[in-house]
Ligand binder design. Structure first.
Ligand code: 15L
Length: 270
């Protein structure tokens, strides 16, 4: 990889990656719909609206690999999800095909499978169970990635990011936490691993309470350095301060599942 484009450069993950990926690739272009206030002087920035295919085509021209973090990062109205995460994601993959980009690393989310109960351990082969319009957009991105990988030869890695933070904040996040260095490791596998064609990884550190079988990531050499259980005392103390949530506490997606929930009874899914 000589030239890498990172979309969503102004977001929480993008901001951290600007520090952690510095100097790793020959050239990194950071992009977002607005310029980050804290952009370093030596960082190459290109402003673009992902919902505009012409702008995205221009953005990916001459790029070898893309890390696609751009779009809405939580639940939003359908109009906002449609624009940024559905149309924006389509434009990114289609522009990548037209401009012969080799690889895309897509920031998917645990919310593509949020309606699995916490008592169930899942791998990446289980059908998606999105817990929100946002989760549906992530499942869409994974499907789009498969189309462009198998039909057009793009190398695609989808990382179902759990909770990206310096430490897990509560019980749920003890299971799904990913430390920044571990996410960088997964992104670099996606950009560099010679054997990779299309894969879905869980974006999680080494968490004893994990609900996920992340065998695919380990097969490609992922060796997480973060260990969720190191923060168990603080996370469990924080959990005690939270109000119980009958639906959210049952499912992996937590509050994304209970938000707008109006099914009679439940939780149902096992
Ligand atoms: C996500 O996908 C979101 O981007 C992030 O803001 C968190 O809500 C995270 O999931 C989570 O599940 O904690």
């Amino acid at each position: 990889m000589r030239t890498v484009l990172v979309t969503g450069a102004a977001g929480g993950i993008g901001t951290r990656l600007r520090m952690l990926l510095d100097g790793v690739y020959q050239r990194i272009i950071w992009s977002d719909i607005r310029k980050p206030d804290d952009l370093a002087g030596h960082h190459d920035f290109a402003q673009a609206d992902l919902a505009d295919l012409a702008q995205v085509e221009k953005l990916v021209d001459g790029v070898d690999g893309v890390v696609h973090l751009g779009g809405e990062s939580i639940e939003q109205s359908w109009e906002r999800i449609l624009r940024a995460n559905i149309i924006g994601c389509y434009n990114l993959f289609e522009a990548a095909r037209r401009k012969k980009v080799q690889r895309v690393v897509f920031a998917s989310s645990n919310h593509a499978v949020g309606f699995y109960p916490r008592q169930r351990r899942i791998g990446t082969d289980e059908p998606v169970r999105p817990d929100s319009r946002y989760g549906v957009s992530k499942a869409f991105g994974e499907a789009l990635g498969a189309l462009y990988a198998y039909k057009h030869g793009l190398r695609v890695t989808c990382i179902r990011i759990g909770n990206f933070a310096d430490a897990p904040a509560d019980l749920r996040r003890l299971a799904i936490w990913i430390g920044p260095e571990d996410l960088v490791q997964l992104v670099r596998i996606g950009l560099d691993h010679p054997d990779l064609h299309y894969e879905i990884f869980f974006g999680a550190s080494h968490n004893e309470r994990s609900w996920w079988d992340n065998e695919a990531a380990y097969r490609y050499g992922y060796r997480p350095s973060g260990c969720g259980e190191d923060f168990a005392a603080e996370a469990l103390a924080a959990q005690k301060m939270l109000a119980p949530d009958q639906i959210g506490d049952w499912y992996q997606g937590g509050p994304f599942c209970s938000d707008e929930y109006d099914s009679d009874g439940g939780p149902f899914a096992v």
